[in-house]
Design a binder for this molecule. Structure first.
Ligand code: URA
Length: 244
């Protein structure tokens, strides 16, 4: 969505999950919707939809949620699934419940396995999502890997050369960077995204991933003080870091 796009207030708020258009009308009548310090009296008025809106609009004294075009960074905990409809705990359960009713819907930018933790992006901006995951963008993703067996010392060269064929894949792997951290752990940076890629890469060289955590996408890092389950909305500078 471009910053200049305008929308009827009732439609915008309904699309953001605040209720039906009739609900929004009632909320405005009850002076619960404030724009630039004054209650809104005409919900059919059009408003420019941009990132400044949460600083200008309050509902029940709370800042408006990020409007359409949002992208958030979540610290995904272990044990939750990156899916809209699967049994068990879902990443979407970690977001405000009304966000489930948003249109456009919020989707995960790629996936982390249920038993992988770390930095996960979620957005309702389809073109941005595709730009991040497009192979030609080559957005780097960094993982901290804890392994069942000690490193052999060959990993950096093996993964760095590229060319390994994973079981069932036609195309060989692109080069990836591996930096050992301890006897059985290290940081692996990938420039592509394949199903269970990190686990399959270590399986291909005779090791086994015991714990996996993504700490960086592009130059965007998961802050140390962001505990599992917490998230923050990215601004322009944050988005630029993804592609840096
Ligand atoms: N590679 C994996 O094996 N799992 C993930 O969740 C991400 C990358």
């Amino acid at each position: 969505m471009t910053k200049a796009q305008t929308m009827r207030i009732d439609r915008l708020l309904a699309n953001m999950g605040y209720g039906s258009r009739r609900d929004i009308e009632r909320m405005a009548e009850a002076k619960r919707v404030i724009l630039d310090g004054r209650p809104i009296d005409d919900v059919s008025a059009r408003i420019a939809v941009g990132p400044d809106l949460p600083a200008r609009m309050f509902i029940d004294r709370e800042r408006l949620d990020p409007p359409p075009g949002l992208i958030i960074a979540l610290h995904k905990p272990l044990g939750v699934t990156c899916s809209h409809r699967e049994a068990g705990a879902l990443v979407f359960d970690l977001l405000p419940p009304r966000w489930r009713k948003r249109d456009p819907v919020i989707s995960a930018v790629g996936r982390l396995d249920k038993d992988t933790s770390g930095l996960l992006l979620l957005t309702d901006d389809g073109p941005l999502l595709h730009r991040i995951i497009a192979p030609k963008s080559r957005v780097a993703k960094r993982y901290r890997v804890d392994l069942a067996r000690p490193l052999t010392g060959e990993e950096t060269a093996l993964f760095g050369a590229g060319g390994i064929k994973l079981h069932g894949d036609e195309k060989p792997l692109l080069p990836a960077e591996f930096e050992p951290l301890a006897q059985a752990s290290g940081l692996l940076t990938l420039h592509e995204g394949r199903y269970h890629q990190v686990r399959r890469m270590f399986a291909a060289i005779g090791n086994h991933v015991e714990a996996l955590h993504r700490d960086q996408i592009g130059a965007l890092r998961l802050p140390q003080d962001l505990t599992a389950g917490q998230w923050w909305a990215l601004d322009e500078a944050g988005i630029a870091l993804i592609f840096a």
